[in-house]
Design a protein around this ligand. Structure first.
Ligand SMILES: [Zn+2]
Length: 487
């Protein structure tokens, strides 16, 4: 008899689990139907989300309330839906340049206002009430910068509460006394899952609420949800999850909100190969957050063992955009073997709506404990300094027909122009532009130096590195975004 009940219990558990997995697969497969296509780039601003928020005011079940404003007077809006007794509070983009989850929230709204998934939505909205505060730092988003207009990190303002944005977050948390909180961020793309070359596409943390890192039920429930979400990400992006260091930070919101009694789940969207605008990562946010909400609603998460949290690999920061392994570097007449780690930084245009890349050598030497989104094995290749092509051209109009690859093969990585393009520091062809008469400093490999050189084998330039982008001179294959204009 006893085993019969066990069997029934097992059946119920498996059945709820498969329902959850089923829901996850379905929302993954149908994602494009609900994707909010007006938000398809990372540089989104307050004005981009206002029409979407206003449209929700007319949708049945949605309650839209202004709950505060930023220093520059931009509205902070709380969007609520559901009638369940458990409150789930999600806030995004307290750092202005971390927009991925904001986009996913609007995808979630699109699913909620659709006529689809009625039974799952009924389960969710009868059991929980959802409260979203997207883009907590709209002034930072305007300039695509982490901090707010006061110049402070809102995530270090949970105690002093000087920022109106932080005050709003605290007030809303307290008024809801939320059971669960999703603290939604982005991290830089150079995080990896410890001792692997996999990017930490998503990193999680159930923040500690004291220096002892104790686990009470509030924090334990957050850990269970994270284990649940990790399983989902592992399915769609195997190995690409990291677990954040849980050192207690007394000034941070996540740590305090955990302390104040809301089970807090920190989600950091990191990098994913060939996904500069993080749209795949946004999809993973959508799928995993919605699934987590469903799991909170049906109570399935409660059976997850907390111990599994510790099995999620730790976050590390060992990635480069490009890693060149074992190249020969001739210095003062002697050859040395070096690895070169390249990062490509983003420099925004004037209105922070777009960017260009500036490559930098981030490190060189024995980088055998590091990884690259792209790795080039350079055994037998010698690093050769690029030269300025002798012919002087009038302007960019005169170079459009040039065979740039032929010039690169001949060792030229710079072109001279009488007139450089106005206000423009990026060049579209895989060759840098300099003013006529420009003198190049000698190429000395150092951290901070722009990675521009040729990789030569048996006297032949087979590859060029321009502004940190690798260019195959045989096939012309490359992923160049831009070269640079030197004034
Ligand atoms: Zn952040």
């Amino acid at each position: 008899m006893k085993s019969f009940f066990k069997l029934i219990l097992l059946f119920i558990t498996v059945s709820v689990a498969s329902q959850t997995n089923d829901f996850t697969s379905k929302i993954y497969e149908t994602y494009e139907t609900y994707k909010e296509t007006s938000l398809d780039k990372r540089r989104i601003k307050h004005q981009d989300i206002q029409p979407l928020i206003n449209a929700l005011k007319n949708k049945p079940g949605f309650i839209v309330n202004k709950v505060g404003q930023s220093i520059e007077g931009r509205d902070l809006t709380l969007i609520s839906i559901g009638s369940g007794k458990n409150n789930v509070f999600l806030w995004s983009q307290m750092h202005g340049d971390e927009p991925t989850a904001t986009q996913a929230i609007f995808d979630i709204f699109n699913l909620l206002i659709s006529n689809d998934f009625t039974s799952e939505k009924e389960t969710i909205l009868n059991s929980v009430t959802l409260h979203f505060l997207p883009m907590l730092n709209p002034d930072g988003a305007e300039k695509y910068t982490r901090r707010n207009t006061l110049g402070i990190d809102i995530n270090r303002d949970a105690l002093r509460l000087q920022s109106p944005e932080g005050q709003t977050l605290k007030r809303v948390r307290d008024s809801l006394n939320a059971d669960f909180g999703f603290n939604l961020h982005d991290q830089n793309i150079y995080y990896n899952a410890e001792r692997t070359d996999k990017p930490a596409t998503i990193s999680y943390l159930a923040p500690a609420y004291n220096y002892e890192k104790d686990i009470n039920q509030v924090r334990g429930d957050a850990m269970k949800i994270i284990v649940f979400m990790n399983d989902i990400i592992q399915k769609y992006a195997p190995g690409q999850v990291g677990r954040y260091n849980d050192a207690f930070e007394p000034r941070a919101f996540g740590d305090n909100i955990q302390k104040w009694g809301t089970s807090t789940i920190l989600i950091e969207s990191g990098g994913y190969k060939n996904d500069v605008e993080k749209q795949e990562i946004r999809k993973l946010n959508y799928v995993s957050i919605l699934s987590a909400i469903y799991s909170i609603a049906n109570g399935r998460y409660k059976n997850i063992p907390i111990a599994d949290y510790e099995n999620i690999p730790r976050n590390d920061s060992k990635l480069f955009d490009l890693k060149i392994e074992g190249a020969t570097y001739n210095l003062l007449g002697k050859p040395y073997t070096v690895d070169i780690g390249v990062k490509r930084y983003e420099v925004d245009n004037a209105d922070n709506s777009d960017f260009y890349n500036v490559g930098r050598i981030a490190d060189l030497g024995d980088l055998s404990t590091f990884y690259g989104y792209n790795t080039f094995k350079a055994d037998g290749y010698t690093i050769v300094e690029g030269k300025i092509y002798s012919e002087v051209f009038n302007s960019v109009d005169d170079i459009s027909d040039l065979d740039v690859f032929k010039l690169l093969k001949s060792g030229f990585t710079y072109l001279q122009l009488e007139t450089l393009p106005e206000d423009n520091l990026e060049a579209s062809m895989p060759i840098h532009l300099v003013k006529a008469g420009h003198q190049l400093p000698e190429l000395i490999l150092r951290p901070g130096v722009n990675p521009t050189f040729l990789l030569q084998k048996n006297g032949v330039n087979e590859y060029a590195v321009i502004n940190g982008f690798l260019i195959d001179l045989k096939t012309k294959k490359n992923a160049l975004k831009n070269a640079l204009v030197y004034r």
